[in-house]
Ligand binder design. Structure first.
Ligand code: GLY
Length: 416
């Protein structure tokens, strides 16, 4: 027998705010139109956009606003984070970057919160001859892909960022790659969901409920049963582990560990860096993301070690060693935080968006290195398919069904 959810919380006066914001009717004990499993930024944006479309929406997560976004640096790096073989993903990344200014303005306006969005651009630099050759090839790929990126000499790089080491040999100036503070983004999305009438169940989902070969809701950790017309699995790297989901439907996500440091630039020291600086040092990706409030994020390791989130001496050492080589003055700064998180990796490094082979179950996961960047387009695409049943064209190459044993046909041109 079903119990109604005592743990369900809607924002105060959500019914009133729902009508005044043109948003959802609150999703209460009678069940939801949409139940989102996972309250990280991907689940939250899906819930917010769905509620805005009038769908009764609920989120299941013990600590909404947490997840990988607590660790992420927040680079919006469609151009400087381009990788070979990821041209299809590039199209989605560029589209999401294009939507970011309006998305950030709308979210900020809806909540009154500052997201730390900074249109500051990015400089990707090379420290030795191998790095320089690599960066030259990346530049060619960027230009062939129609992206804006300018090659600079080492001296020109240091003119832009005087704290860079004299050994910097050249770099790419990309004025279109920006940043946002993912912790502020997550907090704002929680607030926006609350204002839009989204219900929060602050627990783990234990098991998907499947009735007559259709997803019908979930059972929570305390045994509460929640019913829903559609369930969205958006639990990051945990998305592949929900009990009750048939094995051939579980999204193939794996955890990819990233260790990240946070330092503080004292006011007297500013400006330390004026834009995001990236480099490849001895084959490892390094980035320094300076925020307006003085926070400097240094990342990140990339480790395939299962579910381990230990911050290791080796990880911290490598990040500081490489950052010191790039910007020697960094060792003067207070080290304020060390943290590790898990990127949800998919077999082709691209997200999975939309319906699965199990009717009533959709996924929004596998965003890997691009979760923060892909937040706006993910919210739009997921709300569209939840409201209409149709996956919009830009999301079709990212159907989770591309990993089915016999994949469902994809009807759009997959290359950009
Ligand atoms: N996008 C940065 C990272 O995954 O480390």
């Amino acid at each position: 027998m079903s119990r109604t959810s005592e743990g369900s919380e809607t924002s105060e006066g959500s019914a009133g705010s729902a009508s005044s914001h043109g948003a959802a009717r609150a999703a209460g004990s009678a069940g939801s139109d949409v139940l989102v499993l996972g309250g990280g930024i991907i689940g939250l944006v899906t819930a917010w956009r769905s509620a805005q479309r009038g769908l009764r929406t609920a989120v299941v997560d013990p600590a909404p606003g947490g997840g990988a976004a607590r660790v992420a640096a927040g680079m919006l790096a469609a151009v400087t984070e381009l990788h070979y073989g990821e041209q299809t993903l590039l199209g989605l990344n560029v589209e999401s970057a294009r939507r970011y200014p309006a998305f950030a303005a709308e979210l900020s306006e809806a909540t009154g919160l500052d997201l730390g969005y900074r249109a500051c651009g990015t400089l990707a630099v090379a420290l030795d001859a191998d790095d320089r050759a690599h960066l030259r090839e990346l530049h060619d790929l960027q230009l062939r892909s129609g992206l804006e990126s300018e090659w600079l000499s080492g001296r020109e790089c240091r003119r832009l960022e005087p704290m860079l080491a004299p050994s910097v040999r050249g770099g790419l100036r990309v004025d279109g790659d920006h940043q946002i503070d993912p912790r502020r983004l997550a907090k704002a999305l929680v607030a926006a969901c609350e204002r839009a009438g989204v219900a929060f169940h602050r627990q783990w989902a234990e098991r998907l409920t499947v009735v007559r070969e259709r997803a019908r809701g979930v059972v929570l950790a305390d045994g509460t049963e929640l019913a829903a017309d559609q369930v969205v699995l958006a639990a990051g790297s945990l998305s592949g582990r929900l009990a009750g989901v048939p094995d051939d439907v579980l999204p193939p996500v794996r955890p990819v560990k990233g260790q990240v440091l946070r330092l503080t630039v004292p006011r007297t020291y500013a400006p330390f860096l004026s834009r995001t600086v990236r480099a490849i040092v001895r084959g490892g990706h390094l980035y320094l993301v300076p925020r307006v409030d003085g926070e400097l994020v240094v990342g990140a390791t990339s480790e395939e070690l299962g579910w381990d989130t230990t911050v290791t001496a080796g990880g911290v050492y490598e990040l500081l060693r490489d950052a010191h080589e790039l910007v020697p003055g960094i060792t003067e700064l207070p080290l304020t935080e060390t943290i590790a998180g898990l990127r949800p990796g998919s077999p082709d490094n691209a997200p999975m968006l939309g319906p699965t082979a199990l009717p009533g179950l959709l996924v929004a996961t596998g965003h890997f290195r691009n979760g923060v960047l892909l937040t706006p387009v993910t919210g739009d695409c997921m709300a569209h398919v939840l409201a209409t049943g149709e996956l919009p064209e830009e999301a079709r190459p990212f159907t989770p069904r591309r990993f089915d044993a016999v994949p469902a046909p994809v009807s759009v041109e997959q290359s950009v």
